[in-house]
Design a protein around this ligand. Structure first.
Ligand code: NAI
Length: 470
């Protein structure tokens, strides 16, 4: 079966970039990305490519070439479903914040709605591709909904989890280590797998395309994220020990990373991992293990999250104790708010939690991030405080402790302390001599990403405290 028309439900950080690259590499396939969010679709269609809703290096070039040729963004979900031979589901699957499994399980309501809508609209056979990260065995649920509420047409469900990392999404998609496609072991399942293999084969070699059964594919995505986050929590756990023993966590990481069995990647100690995926996917894994009555396995993976929360708390606490046990009324400048560099995504960013601790102690948080707006920063804090059940009055009063700037120099002027929360490259190139002059003394820098030249800053006069530095 040759795919001619693809539709993707969900024009977010995954749906947007993945479909743009498929459209770029498969000019004979019409790709339509749809979303219920009108302003998001309008932003994807904006003439001004600086206004794309997702910031990713290289994305604007891909959009420039493919949009309007064979790549389209639309809110007309029904028409796009009807016309497609293959439908990707790339909608959000956040942690449930209500009812059964609250705070742990993945909320599959958006995925379920997609399945019901596809079932209602489809008039011919279609391949449905799970692109969202889903608990193992979700394909079974989707198949049941599709088969029982549809118009008697045949649906083949595939799992094709996405392994891109934000900040390097376009490169990750163009030069994927692998893509993974899981499908049913039936004849029609194998045909569907082959149809999707043929799409990726436009730019990836056969050895980069792995095929498995559906359940292995679904579980592999959760496993990949759990392993990646585990490495971060492992090195972060040791950073605490480094700080009390005069070992240097970067030296320890370099020393173990040269062991080919361990490898050098994902050994950078920091204020803690963020992003929409690691925490949500591990909590989901923990929930699944408990559901299947495997408490030891659940507790093992849960420790990664516990350690990550501890790391964020430890960083905030270090700021407070270093500033003579109080930050009340003090200007603490945050360099960075995004959860990592080269993205405008702030979901679960460590900055949010560090800010919360410091605001609780009375600090004024002054933020500069090259890609994140004031509106987003305040919405992040509001969301957290609403989840915690704070009253509107309390939230409004706490929001007055946050100040957001479009230029770093204003944010840094007359600060008591600087905290680096995101590893944006530009922070390394600032004129630190001038910054020192403009700050209150002692001038503290808390480098939550270990990106600054500590020796140079110390010689200027800063009191610099990195992560895992003895
Ligand atoms: P996102 O929140 O950026 O985008 C999801 C989009 O789906 C939103 O724009 C929302 O309006 C839309 N949507 C929700 N219900 C819809 C419906 N019924 N019809 C049409 N559109 C609908 O989420 P993101 O980051 O793109 O993640 C999507 C999935 O991909 C999640 O399951 C996530 O775990 C997974 N994933 C995310 C990665 C990342 O780096 N962000 C990497 C790999 C996987």
């Amino acid at each position: 079966m040759k795919i001619k028309n693809i539709c993707c439900l969900g024009a977010g950080y995954v749906g947007g970039p993945t479909m743009s690259v498929i459209a770029l590499k498969c000019p004979e396939i019409k790709v339509t990305v749809v979303d219920l969010n009108e302003s998001r679709i309008a932003a994807w269609n904006d003439e001004d490519l600086d206004k794309l809703p997702v910031y990713e290096p290289g994305l604007a070039d891909v959009i420039r070439e493919a949009r309007g040729r064979n790549l389209f963004f639309s809110t007309d979900v029904d028409s796009a479903i009807e016309a497609a031979d293959m439908i990707f589901i790339a909608v959000n699957t956040p942690t449930k914040n209500y009812g059964e499994g609250k705070g742990m399980a993945a909320d599959l309501k958006f995925v379920e709605l997609c399945a019901r809508q596809i079932a209602r609209i489809a008039k011919n056979d279609k391949i449905i591709v799970e692109k969202s990260t889903l608990p193992v065995r979700t394909a079974e649920t989707l198949q049941t909904i599709l088969d029982h509420t549809g118009n008697g047409v045949k649906f083949e469900v595939l799992s094709n989890p996405e392994f891109l990392a934000e900040g390097t999404a376009i490169d990750d998609l163009l030069n994927a280590d692998r893509v993974l496609i899981g499908g049913n072991q039936t004849e029609s399942g194998q045909k569907a797998i082959q149809a999707l293999v043929d799409v990726y084969a436009h730019w990836l070699s056969p050895k980069q395309i792995l095929t498995t059964n559906v359940w292995s594919s679904e579980l592999s995505k959760l496993t990949a994220n759990a392993f990646l986050a585990q490495r971060i929590s492992s090195i972060n756990a040791l950073s605490a020990l480094c700080e009390v023993t005069e070992a240097d966590v970067d030296e320890v990481a370099a020393a173990i990373g040269t062991d080919s069995r361990i490898g050098p990647k994902f050994l950078k100690s920091s204020v803690g991992f963020g992003g929409s995926c690691f925490q949500k996917d591990i909590l989901n894994l923990v929930y699944l293990c408990r559901y299947f009555n495997l408490p030891e396995v659940a507790n093992y993976w849960e420790q990664i999250i516990i350690l990550n929360d501890y790391q964020k708390y430890r960083f905030a606490k270090k700021i407070i104790t270093s500033l003579f046990n109080t930050v009340s009324g003090k200007k603490i400048t945050f360099l960075g708010w995004a959860f990592k560099k080269d993205t405008n995504d702030t979901r679960e960013s460590a900055a949010i939690y560090v800010a919360e601790h410091l605001i609780e102690d009375g600090a004024e948080i002054h933020v500069y991030d090259p890609k994140v707006s004031e509106e987003k920063i305040k919405a992040d804090m509001r969301y957290l405080w609403e989840l915690k059940g704070l009253t509107e009055q309390k939230i409004e009063s706490k929001l007055k402790q946050i100040f957001v700037y479009e230029s770093s120099s204003e944010a840094l002027h007359q600060a008591h302390a600087i905290a680096v929360l995101t590893e944006w490259d530009e922070f390394k190139t600032y004129n630190w001599n001038e910054i020192y002059i403009s700050m209150y003394k002692p001038a503290f820098v808390f480098d939550g990403r270990n990106i600054l030249d500590a020796e140079k800053l110390t010689s200027i006069g800063f009191q610099i405290k990195g992560i895992g530095k003895g």
